[in-house]
Ligand binder design. Sequence first.
Ligand code: C2O
Ligand code: CU
Length: 537
Amino acid sequence: AGGVLLSIAALAPVLASCSRETEVPVTDAGAPLPIPPLLEPDADGRFTLTAGRGTMEFIPGVTTDTWGYDGDYLGPTIRMQRGRPVEAVITNDTDEETTVHWHGMLVPAHADGGPHDPIRPGETRTVAFTPDQPAATLWYHPHPHEATAQQVRRGLTGMLILDDADAHPPGTVSGDSAPSAAEAPSPSAEVLAALPHEYGVDDIPVVIQDMRITEDGELLGHNFTSEVGLLGRTVVTNGVVGAVHTTDRRVLRLRLLNGSQARSYGLRLDTGAPLTVIGSDGGLLPEPVEVESISLSPAERAEVLLEVPDEGVALVSSEPDLGNVADYEAVGGEDEFTILHLEHAGSGEAGSAASSDSGGLNGSGGLNGPGRANGSGPSSIVDLGLPAQLVEIPEPVSDGRERQMTLRGRQINGRSMDMGRIDLVSSSHQPEVWQVSNLDSSPHNFHIHNAQFRILDISGEPPPPEMAGWKDTIYTPPQRDVRIAVAFPAHADDHSQLPYMHHCHLMLHEDDGMMGHFTVDVSEQEALDALQRTGHE
Ligand code: C2O
Ligand code: CU
C-alpha cells in the first residue's frame, strides 16, 4: 500500500496541470535569431540590471509566463573590460529571493552572487568589482540556495562578454602568488582586431537551452524519470524556436553558451564542414583548432568561427561525447536538434534587398580567395587570413597541493551542501591539483567559482587541444577521473570572508546539494563567522 501512496504522490504535480507536454513546432520561415541588447557600464562603471517577470509566446498564440533581466526572457549581453571597475545595481522585481552570479569571473566573494546573501523581492543591491582576467565569453545567472534551476529555466540567464579592447596590461604578478588567470596575459590588440568582433554582426551570442512546455504554455521542471534533470524536446536559441540568422558576412564568430539545465550538446555543421574553435570557457585558445563537432555540457562555452556558404548552413546537435554513460538514451544522448540556421542575405527567399558580400573577411572573394588552391572541401579558417596564434597561455602547474573530489549520487566526497560548513581552505599562494572522479554511471559536470583552471588529464589522457585552455566548468564522464590544475587569485579588497562554491552544474544536482564550500585566504573559523553573520550556521 505504501508503494501505491508514493506513486500517487509523485503523480500529483502532473495531474494538477491538466494539459500535456508538447514539442513546440518550428514554423517554415523559422524565427529571426534575437540578438540580446548590449549592456555596457557608463563612464563611472555603473549599470543597472533588473530581474523581473515577463511573458513569451513560444507556442504561437499561447502565453508562457517567464522571467527575464530587463525584459521578458533572458537578459542583455553585459560587456565589461579587463581592469575597469564596475558597479552593478541589481533590482529584484520578482517575488522570490535571487542573486546574480558572474559565472567564470574571478571576483571577490562579496560580489560572487552566492546563496549566502540573497537579494529579497523589491530590494536593490549594488555590487562592485574589477574584472581582471583575459578576454572571454562568460555568463550570469541566479544562484539562490536550492532554487537556481527553476529561476534559470524561467529565463534568468544572460551572456557576459569580457573584453580587452585596449589591450589592458595583465595584472601584476604578486610575488609568490599562484599562477591564476588573473596573471595571464591578454590577447594582443592585433589578434582581437583580426577576429570577427562586431557584436550581433559577425560576433554572435548563441544561448542554447532546452525546455519542457505544455500545450497551455506552462514551463515544466525536470522529468521525474531522468537521472540528470530536465531534458526537454524543445530547444530555444536566444529564446526562440527555429532560430535563423541572416548575414552578409562570410565568416562568423559564434559565442556558444550551453544554458541548459542538464542536456549536453554535440554541436556540428550539417554540411560536415569543420568548426574552428578559438576559445573555451575562460578565453581564447593558443591557436585555432578545427573540429568536426564540439560537446558542451551545461554552463560550458566555446567560441567558434565558421564560414557561411552561399547556400547557408545549420548548426545542429547530435551525439554529444558523453563518454561511457550506461544509458546514453536516458540522458538525452540520442536526441537531435537544429540549433541555428545561418543564411546569406540576398541568397534565396531569406535575403534582403541589399545583398552585399563586402563585409566578408576577404570581400566577395572570401570563399574562393587566393588562399584556396582548389574549390572542393571546406577551407581552413586560417587560409582566410585569420591569425594562426591567438594568445599565450602559461603551462599549467601539475604538482600543486592535491585534493580529491568524488562525485556520486548528488554528493561530493559523500557530503551534501551545508550552508554552515566549510569544505576546503585554499590559498592564493599555493596552486592545487584537483582530481574530480565521477563514480556514477551517468553524467555529472564540475564548476569552480572564482577560478579559471586547466585540464591536466582525463583518466591519464591529455585533453584535446580545444579543451586545453582556460576552463571553469568541465564535463566529467562516468567512471573517469579528470585532473585539473587550479590556482585562485587573491582579492585584497574582499572583507566579506564568505566562501565560494564548487559544484555539479547539472542544475537539479546542484540544487539537490551536489555542492561544496571553499575559501581563499580566509580561515575556516573566519568563514564560519561570516556565514553566521548572514544567518547561516
Ligand atoms: Cu554557473 Cu555556481 O554557477
Ligand atoms: Cu551532477
